[in-house]
Design a binder for this molecule. Structure first.
Ligand code: XMP
Length: 317
């Protein structure tokens, strides 16, 4: 019978047999799947697992530092790569959503390939692919998806020529969480909302600058912190803020302001294919709106997205 504990024992012994003394490379995203895959491999081959965690400058506020810290606490052999400026340079002036995704995919591959070359004699590429990714063929979550959907034309980068190992291929998401729990992966990682690979880039409508990213990180941080402190976080499947390319008039004291609007989005869903907007309490929405407008310079209006999917999508881009 299937239990998370049995799965871990079986998977670990299979990985030991398959990988022997080989070195394995894995790109961590901060998400559930890549983290649980890493922990399984770590149990099996220890220091022969080389993890890479890229800061693309499009993560949530403080996320890079916090997640890197958790990974180190978990005992993972992980290297953080700060590539923020490379991503911002590549994104400069780009407003089209698909062009943003392509630019991000391309830079991710370059950065990851360079980091991969620093692991001598690496034989395998591990991925956190789970069963729904396998059946959908194009997955939408995590770095593995970025890799698959953005093959560059000039031939494959070297890391893509590695043999692939995918220890979670047979599991559904809820099983991945149980397996992670059995291995003591921290709840702050297991309970995390899904977050798109291109990150805040697709939540800044129009072109991206580091200043817009900073503003959106502040807004998002206030939103998510309030969801957590009010106990609503676990009732929500995914939440985030969107920086709109819209300015509107406001008043601040005696002054007239003309500043940006942000939209808040929170949905319930089981797999992201369909979604309902969350009926968050008005008092909570009011508190969040006040905090955002009072604390984040440059924002004078907050709106709440009450569209469901379909026909709206979860992200705005
Ligand atoms: P939509 O907006 O299509 O999103 O309703 C469904 C789910 O997919 C995520 N998403 C992405 N994830 N790369 C990703 O890794 C992407 O380009 C991307 N676009 C959307 C979205 O956050 C939601 O969970």
């Amino acid at each position: 019978n299937w239990t998370p504990h049995n799965f871990v024992e079986m998977a670990v012994s299979e990985l030991i047999e398959k990988l022997k003394d080989d070195k394995v490379l894995l790109g961590l995203s901060g998400g559930v799947d890549s983290s649980v895959a890493a922990m399984l491999l770590h149990k099996a081959i220890g220091e022969n697992l080389y993890c890479i965690f890229v800061d693309n400058g499009l993560l949530r506020k403080n996320e890079y530092e916090e997640v890197l810290h958790s990974y180190k606490d978990m005992g993972l052999n992980v290297r953080g790569v700060d590539a923020k400026e490379k991503f911002y340079d590549a994104l400069a002036g780009i407003s089209d959503p698909e062009e943003k995704r392509k630019a991000i995919g391309r830079i991710f591959i370059d950065v990851f390939d360079e980091a991969a070359h620093q692991v001598k004699d690496v034989k395998w590429l591990a991925q956190g692919t789970i069963y729904p990714d396998v059946i959908e063929s194009i997955s939408v979550n995590g770095p593995s998806a970025t890799i698959k959907s953005h093959h560059n034309v000039g031939g494959l980068p070297d890391f893509m020529k590695l043999k692939v190992v995918e220890p979670l291929r047979a599991l559904f998401k809820d099983e991945v969480r149980l397996v992670g729990k059995d291995m003591d992966v921290p709840q702050e990682i297991l309970g995390r909302h899904p977050f798109p690979g291109p990150g805040l880039a697709i939540r800044i409508l129009g072109d991206i600058t580091s200043e817009k990213v900073r503003i959106l990180q502040e807004v998002d941080h206030i939103f998510i912190s309030n969801l957590k402190s009010s106990g609503e976080y676990d009732n929500v499947w995914q939440a985030g803020a969107i920086l709109l390319p819209v300015q509107s008039v406001g008043v601040m004291g005696d002054e007239r302001t003309y500043e940006n609007a942000v939209a808040l989005r929170a949905v319930t869903s089981t797999d992201g294919m369909t979604a309902d907007w969350c009926h968050l309490p008005y008092t909570l929405l009011g508190k969040i709106s006040n905090e955002i407008i009072n604390r984040v310079k440059g924002i004078n209006r907050v709106v709440y997205d009450i569209s469901s999917k379909p026909p709206a999508t979860i992200e705005w881009e």
